[in-house]
Ligand binder design. Structure first.
Ligand SMILES: CC(C)(COP(=O)(O)OP(=O)(O)OC[C@H]1O[C@@H](n2cnc3c(N)ncnc32)[C@H](O)[C@@H]1OP(=O)(O)O)[C@@H](O)C(=O)NCCC(=O)NCCS
Length: 306
């Protein structure tokens, strides 16, 4: 791939012109399968496909298929996504592909020409990475008690987190696997013990909502640097309001508080993933100041790529 460097540089320019918050295009991984395609004018585009299998006790399997083929396109400034996806389809032919599998591409949300190609090849915009830069926010009147969760709150945090998992499983990438409770309990116990920024909102002493967050650094060499501008970011991993209490302003209050606290921790902004088919979160997050930066295009099973 002698021209890979040129394609990465051109792609960085494409990203910069599309969206000022996109970091430069990532270098392709060293260990993937390289595919190339020729365009009508003789230009060549390329892509690197990495293949990953997640074992039964991997928490990744709660939001991902068990086996994933991920394409990193190197199309530079060309309109070559369609040709590259056609080449990817042929690359999959003859491979043994199970049902619990997916083809995945992360691509800038504002690249609508590429979006057309993903749709034409049977991929769906299953998740969006939304960002919100640190900006002064309107005061939200507080009627709830909001406090940091401690290890003693594990059961409460787990139930709220599982409620979100279940809701999201109907409208996004999340899967309620038989191991979900055990995997979530283990992960949440660790996050509570290490004092991750996790908050509970209480009404009359009863927890009605959870905001489970983290601090993530986007620095050269980190995986976050592929997606976010440099700096310290607040990651909003899970927000969940008890089913009977949704739509009454609780989520808005809790998120306003979480933003304020994450910004006090020195973050430049906050980010999260939401599912466009989720009728609650797709309205809720833009109302809280988020906008799409990356779209995660996906097709399950992987054999359904057209
Ligand atoms: C998404 C969720 C956290 C929002 O919290 P909430 O307490 O229900 O939301 P709020 O009542 O604070 O609403 C805030 C805004 O979201 C929008 N919204 C909330 N519920 C809505 C509904 N049923 N229909 C349309 N818009 C809605 C409204 O625009 C509202 O703003 P407005 O009152 O100024 O118009 C909550 O509904 C939830 O837990 N949903 C299930 C799990 C989930 O989807 N989590 C997010 C995964 S990314």
């Amino acid at each position: 791939m002698t021209s890979a460097r040129g394609l990465v540089a051109a792609q960085s320019a494409r990203f910069g012109a599309l969206d000022p918050l996109l970091p430069p295009a990532a270098e392709p991984p060293m260990d993937g399968d390289v595919i190339t395609a020729a365009l009508a004018d003789g230009t060549r585009v390329a892509g690197v496909i990495s293949h990953q299998s997640f074992e039964r006790h991997s928490i990744t399997r709660l939001w991902s298929a068990a086996e994933v083929w991920e394409l990193l396109p190197l199309v530079g400034t060309t309109e070559g996504m369609d040709a590259l996806l056609a080449r990817w389809r042929r690359h999959l032919d003859g491979q043994e592909i199970g049902e619990d599998s997916a083809c995945v591409v992360h691509w800038p949300s504002r690249d609508t020409h590429a979006a057309r190609a993903f749709l034409d090849h049977g991929m769906v915009p299953l998740s969006v990475l939304g960002v919100r830069l640190r900006t002064p926010q309107a005061r939200v009147p507080r009627t709830l008690t909001i406090r940091r969760a401690t290890p003693h709150d594990l059961d409460t945090v787990l139930e709220l987190s599982l409620a979100e998992l279940e809701y999201s499983s109907f409208v996004g990438s999340t899967i309620v696997r038989p191991e979900a409770r055990v995997l979530k309990r283990r992960a949440l116990a660790e996050r509570l013990t290490t004092a991750s920024p996790i908050w509970l909102a209480e009404r009359d002493g009863i927890a009605v909502a959870l905001a489970e967050c983290a601090i993530v650094s986007s620095e050269p060499g980190t995986s976050a640097a592929m997606r976010l501008p440099r700096g310290r970011w607040g990651y909003v991993n899970c927000v969940s309001v008890l089913p009977g209490a949704r739509g009454t302003g609780i989520g808005q209050q809790l998120v306003a508080y979480a933003h304020q606290e994450l910004h006090r921790m020195g973050t430049v902004g906050t980010y999260l993933y939401y599912n466009p088919p989720n009728p609650l979160s797709s309205v809720f997050w833009p109302r809280q100041g988020y906008r799409p930066l990356w779209t995660v295009w996906e097709v399950r099973p992987a054999s359904a790529l057209r």
